[in-house]
Design a protein around this ligand. Structure first.
Ligand code: HEC
Length: 485
């Protein structure tokens, strides 16, 4: 058995989330977390603006709204934001321990700095919540400004780490963390997110203003028009969105421009929802000074959630097949290890037993299940979401073998297969056995010619990702069409 540390790979225990795809578990959670965190940041900025309006005597109802709003901010976003934040750590260490380990390793102090900012945000927020009544106006404003700067600062720091995953830039060669931090997508995504924070906070204000019986209709209209002004930077969103698209790697851009149906769809949802919200804010609320009722405001907020969800899905999705571009594939295998793993096997260094090994009729199926767990399980389930039995169950055995051997060419957002021909055959048998609804007996496939053919296909595919030129193809009589599914 190869020592996993010496081979450059450390195995972590991998949890199984049943029919829910792992990427979706973390993505789904991430969407809520990001939305709540952005609300908390934008909310602080909006309340600082309201406090200023109150102090200047420009808006008599500003104080009432400020206190009511801050209660929601603290109760909803602090509590749920913190809970989902902890849940993010909890799931990421189970789903992608290699990636999160690398991120903590590279950005240790940046992350620590982010936590300090977050800590200041929380302390300032609670202090305001608890003592606002007995403070002077100037101190209130100071607290809210500190809160906003700290909140935005935490976004600044985390944004560097997240954007580095997609565009690590010159860090890859130099190892200089500032080159990684201020990477190509850092600024567009920071500006984009800042505006998202302001818009979400503004739409929440429009909802809350409608729940306050003490306000007159005139008060509400004025407050909502004020809020509309605060949200006006939304007109710049397309600019930063396009900048972000322009700065991302070419192949990633191709996914959202039609290359991947799901990603293109999600991007269109994000763009469409944002255009609707932007149009309403600019034309309806700002130009025509319209009033919006609670139902419309809630609808706009739901649209904003849809836009955030679509945006986050795209941001996570376009990174495939990497979690850290060019450094780690989504299944936590480093690209330079692929050739080596094709020799020694991807399951060799995995010391963790299969949960249901006893239910499998032969060791080859167990090998296949382990191979699935190590290489495919981050993005696929067996029978559930993006399930392999659905995707390849209808293919012939040889189609299955070839398309998995040439995984990166089957779909460019998958990493190359990184195991031995025996592991690949085990995986194919495992999927067939699962497709056949797990019968109690299953013959082992031990045909040397099959293994030799798989090896030839693996060689044809090469060990690089689909972004690198494909190795020259020998004339081969075995180009099997995948057919329809
Ligand atoms: C980075 C994430 C990722 C990894 C890792 C990954 N896949 Fe995929 N795979 C996808 C996505 C996304 C699709 C597209 C699904 C669709 O078209 O609906 C896909 C599609 C497929 C398809 C269908 C291809 C077609 O042409 O219809 C097969 C077969 C497949 N994957 C097998 C595997 C196997 C086997 C592994 C592990 C050795 C694996 N994948 C690893 C993300 C991944």
């Amino acid at each position: 058995m190869t020592d996993p540390v010496a081979s450059g790979l450390i195995s972590y225990p991998i949890n199984d989330f049943g029919p829910a795809m792992k990427g979706m578990v973390i993505g789904g959670l991430g969407i809520f977390h990001v939305f709540l965190a952005q609300f908390a940041i934008g909310g602080g900025m909006l309340m600082a603006y309201f406090q200023w309006l109150a102090m200047k005597g420009k808006e008599p109802a500003a104080r009432t709204v400020r206190d009511s709003y801050f209660k929601y901010l603290v109760l909803v976003s602090f509590v749920t934001g913190a809970v989902t934040g902890v849940a993010m750590w909890f799931t990421s260490i189970q789903i992608s321990p290699g990636t999160i380990g690398k991120m903590v390793d590279v950005f240790h102090w940046v992350w620590a700095t982010e936590w300090i900012f977050f800590w200041v945000e929380v302390v300032a927020g609670y202090a305001f919540y608890r003592y606002s009544k007995i403070l002077s106006d100037r101190t209130r404003l100071a607290l809210l400004v500190i809160y906003s700067i700290a909140g935005w600062g935490s976004l600044f720091w985390i944004n560097g780490i997240l954007s580095w995953q997609l565009t690590p830039g010159d860090w890859v060669k130099s190892g200089n963390i500032w080159q990684g931090f201020f990477n190509a997508t850092f600024w567009p995504s920071l500006f984009y997110r800042t505006i998202a924070c302001m818009v979400i906070a503004g739409l929440v204000a429009a909802v809350i203003v409608n729940t306050m019986p003490s306000l007159s209709r005139e008060d509400r209209t004025r407050l909502i028009n004020r809020t509309a002004r605060f949200m006006l930077p939304i007109v710049l969103m397309p600019l930063f969105g396009l900048w972000f698209l322009a700065a991302m790697p070419e192949d990633s851009r191709a996914w959202v421009m039609g290359g991947s149906i799901a990603m293109t769809l999600f991007m269109n949802i994000a763009v469409g929802a944002s255009v609707l919200i932007g149009g309403y804010i600019v034309v309806g609320l700002w130009r025509q000074k319209l009033y919006i009722n609670g139902a419309t405001a809630t609808l706009l907020l739901a649209l904003a959630f849809g836009a955030s969800a679509g945006g986050e899905f795209v941001r996570e999705g376009v990174r495939k097949p990497y979690t850290i571009r060019t450094v780690l594939y989504s299944n936590s295998i480093p690209p330079e290890q692929v050739a080596h793993l094709r020799e020694i096997g991807c399951t060799t260094g995995d010391p963790f037993p299969l949960r249901d090994a006893a239910s499998m009729p032969n060791p080859q199926l167990q090998l296949g299940a382990l191979t699935f767990r190590n290489q495919c399980a981050v993005c696929h389930t067996v029978n559930g979401v993006n399930g392999l039995t659905h995707l390849m169950g209808a293919w012939t055995q040889d189609q299955q073998r070839m398309n998995v051997a040439k995984l990166q060419w089957t779909k460019g957002f998958m990493p190359p297969f990184a195991g031995t021909p025996q592991e690949l055959e085990g995986l194919v048998q495992f999927i067939q056995w699962e497709t056949a609804k797990r019968p109690p007996t299953w013959p082992e496939s031990r045909d040397e010619r099959v293994l030799a053919q798989i090896k030839a296909w693996l060689n044809e595919a090469g060990t690089g990702p689909a972004t690198q030129p494909r190795p020259p193809q020998q004339a081969s009589a075995t180009n099997i069409p995948t057919g329809t599914r």
